[in-house]
Design a protein around this ligand. Structure first.
Ligand code: AMP
Ligand code: MG
Length: 303
C-alpha cells in the first residue's frame, strides 16, 4: 500500500448496498473508508488511474485477441447535479476511449418510444449515464405510467441484469447521493457560469421539489434490485473528489476480480525479434534506378 493510498476500508465493501441499507442514514458529505483529504485523493487517483487504464486495456486486448467475450456494464445514476458527467470525465476518462462505449440516457426519443424500454439499453451496453432505472425513478415519480405498470419493472430490471451477467458482463451500479443543499448550490453555480447554462434545466427544480419521492424511489431500488450478481454502491457525492475516487476504486476492484492476463503471443516472439534485428534501421534499400526506355514517339509514315 503506497503512502497515498488511505483506503482503510475498501469502498467495494464500505459502500455496497446490502440487506437493511437505509438511504436516509447515508451522509452525502461523508468519506467512508478514506482516511485522507482531497490532496491525498488526487494523488491516489493518479496512481489507481494507471491500474484502471491497464486493466481496461487488458480486457479490450483479450476481447480482440483471446476470444474473451467478458465485459463490464457501469451504471451511473444520480439526481441532476449529482456528478454523473464528472464520473464519466474523471474516472472513465482515465482509460483508452477505444475500448469504451458511453451512453447518456435522456427522455426517450420518438424512435425509442416505439420499442420496449430495454431496447435502447440493450443496444448500448458499456457505461451508462442514467439508465434503465429511470423507469422506476422519473417515470414513477412523475406518474408517466400507472403504479401497477411501474410495479412490474423491478422484476423485469432484475431479469434483464441477470441475463446480462450470465452472458459474461460484470454489472456495477453506482448511485451518487447528494444532499438537497448541495444540489441547490450546484444548480445556482450553473447560473453563475455561462459555460454551464446548457446543463441547467428549469425543470431540475421540480426534481428538487420531489426530493422525498425520489429518495423513496431510490430506497425501493436498493431494496428490490440488489442481487449479488448486480450490486449497487451508494456513493456519498457532496465531495466530488471522494465520489470519483471511490468509483475508480470500485471499478478497478471489479476489473481485478476478472483476473485478466495479457493475450498470449500467436507468433514466435524470439523469431520475430530476430527478424527485426536483421532489418536495416535506415529502412529498406532504395530500389535500383533503372533507365526508363524513351517513350516511343508516334511516327508518321514517310510519304
Ligand atoms: P440530463 O441527464 O440532465 O441530460 O437529463 C436527462 C433527462 O432525461 C432527465 O430529466 C431524466 O429524468 C430524463 N429521462 C431519462 N430517462 C427517461 C425515461 N426513461 N423516461 C423519461 N425521462 C427520462
Ligand atoms: Mg440535468
Amino acid at each position: 500500500m503506497s503512502d497515498q493510498n488511505r483506503w482503510h476500508h475498501s469502498p467495494t465493501e464500505a459502500l455496497k448496498v446490502g440487506p437493511g441499507f437505509s438511504l436516509a442514514d447515508l451522509d452525502p458529505d461523508a468519506t467512508p473508508g478514506w482516511h485522507g483529504g482531497e490532496d491525498d485523493a488526487v494523488a491516489e487517483m493518479a496512481r489507481r488511474g494507471k491500474d484502471l487504464d491497464a486493466l481496461q486495456e487488458q480486457l479490450f486486448a483479450r476481447g480482440k485477441e483471446a476470444g474473451d467475450t467478458r465485459s463490464v456494464l457501469l451504471v451511473i445514476q444520480g439526481l441532476d447535479t449529482a456528478g454523473k458527467d464528472g464520473i464519466v470525465t474523471h474516472v472513465v476518462g482515465l482509460v483508452n476511449p477505444m475500448g469504451v462505449k458511453i451512453t447518456g440516457f435522456g427522455v426517450p426519443t420518438e424512435e425509442e418510444r416505439k420499442h420496449h424500454y430495454l431496447w435502447r439499453i440493450r443496444n448500448a451496453l458499456g457505461v451508462f449515464a442514467r439508465s434503465h432505472y429511470e423507469q422506476v425513478l422519473v417515470v414513477r415519480v412523475k406518474n408517466l405510467v400507472p403504479p401497477e405498470t411501474w410495479e412490474t419493472y423491478y422484476d423485469e430490471l432484475n431479469a434483464f441484469e441477470a441475463e446480462v451477467a450470465a452472458a459474461g458482463t460484470t454489472v456495477v451500479k453506482i448511485a451518487l447521493v447528494i444532499s438537497p443543499a448541495e444540489q441547490l448550490r450546484r444548480l445556482a453555480a450553473r447560473l453563475d457560469d455561462p459555460s454551464k447554462y446548457w446543463k441547467y434545466n428549469p425543470k431540475d427544480l421540480e426534481v428538487h421539489a420531489a426530493w422525498n419521492e425520489y429518495q423513496a424511489a431510490y430506497q425501493d431500488i436498493f431494496d428490490r434490485c440488489s442481487p449479488a450478481s448486480a450490486p449497487w454502491y451508494a456513493i456519498p457525492a457532496d465531495r466530488k473528489w471522494y465520489a470519483r475516487l471511490a468509483v475508480a476504486e470500485i471499478l478497478a476492484t471489479a476489473l481485478e476480480g476478472l483476473e485478466l492476463t495479457w493475450p498470449e503471443a500467436t507468433f514466435d516472439v524470439a523469431a520475430e525479434k530476430a527478424r527485426i534485428a536483421s532489418l536495416d534501421p535506415d529502412g529498406p534499400a532504395a530500389p535500383p534506378v533503372t533507365q526508363q526506355p524513351a517513350t516511343p514517339q508516334p511516327t508518321t509514315p514517310k510519304p
